[in-house]
Design a protein around this ligand. Structure first.
Ligand SMILES: Nc1ncnc2c1ncn2[C@@H]1O[C@H](COP(=O)(O)OP(=O)(O)OP(=O)(O)O)[C@@H](O)[C@H]1O
Length: 259
């Protein structure tokens, strides 16, 4: 199967070397087309640094990231922009990722407005109309027409996260990075958003890099899992093998904490 993303020997430090923080150390993994790879780690283990690097927002000090066979940091201008269109992200806090001053329908369209020539297959029949495009995107994430003209503060946290997901899928990306997408929600909403992500994975066939400190959530959605500790991937396995006795001692510690 096609390797959609390859991360090879990535290292990243912040601050001066002697007393700096090593956020990622020799990180290597890949994501296949249509696959969901989960990353679990404690606070400060390097998860968000990894997502920023795969998004192309931060350069690694060492190592390479390939997206669809092209090195992410060797491209510039239009080529980089085109590559970025295929990697989208949903962050933890939907409130800060949505503009409070514009209605939901305009927020949903922002990524498409930045790429006016992109017509993802799911929007082919409505792309001629901005309003219909926004409505279709909301429908796909389980919101209704009545939500189009509301402002972010007029929605619940779970509904705002659905809007953020609608934006995330609007360009028909090959990879959706979900960086703690359920952490700001209550348990009931968390389950709903996980179910939505699961449905979208099946419907749209995109890959996910699903980042969380929640072992159970990651296991539910992921085909494969990686455990990150102090910037290093210490364990990688098929999700069904989470409880295998062969797991790394640190993975076993994480399991013990939640069981
Ligand atoms: N811009 C930065 N400047 C300095 N240090 C940073 C910066 N970004 C991250 N770090 C440090 O790098 C390490 C990894 O941080 P990162 O945010 O990637 O971890 P995380 O696993 O996402 O944590 P959390 O779950 O709390 O968000 C931490 O020690 C953090 O303090």
């Amino acid at each position: 199967m096609e390797k959609l993303v390859s991360v090879e020997g990535v290292c990243k430090s912040y601050g001066k070397r002697a007393n700096g923080v090593s956020a990622l150390q020799d990180v290597t993994f890949h994501i296949l087309a249509g696959e969901c790879v989960g990353v679990v780690g404690e606070s400060g283990s390097g998860k968000s640094t990894l997502s920023r690097i795969v998004l192309g927002l931060e350069k690694p000090d060492q190592g390479k990231v390939f997206c669809m066979g092209t090195s992410l940091f060797e491209k510039e201008g239009c080529a980089m922009r085109e590559l970025r269109q295929h990697i989208q992200v949903v962050f933890q806090d939907p409130t800060s990722s949505l503009n409070q001053r514009i209605p939901i329908w305009r927020s949903v369209l922002e990524p498409l407005d930045n790429f006016p020539l992109v017509v993802p297959p799911i929007l082919a029949d409505v792309r001629h109309s901005r309003r219909e495009t926004a409505q279709k995107l909301l429908e796909i994430v389980g919101l209704e027409e009545q939500h189009l003209d509301r402002y972010p503060h007029e929605l619940s946290g779970g509904q705002r996260q659905r809007v953020a997901i609608a934006r995330g899928i609007s360009l028909g990306p090959r990879l959706l990075i979900c960086d703690e997408p359920t952490s700001s929600l209550d348990v009931y909403m968390q389950a709903q958003i996980l179910r939505l992500l699961q449905e979208l994975k099946e419907k749209l066939g995109m890959s996910y890099l699903f980042i969380s400190h929640d072992l159970a959530a990651v296991r539910m959605l992921s085909d494969r899992m990686m455990i990150i500790q102090n910037g290093r991937i210490v364990d990688q396995f098929e999700s069904r093998d989470l409880y295998s006795p062969q797991r790394h001692p640190y993975t076993q510690q994480l399991i013990a904490v939640v069981s």
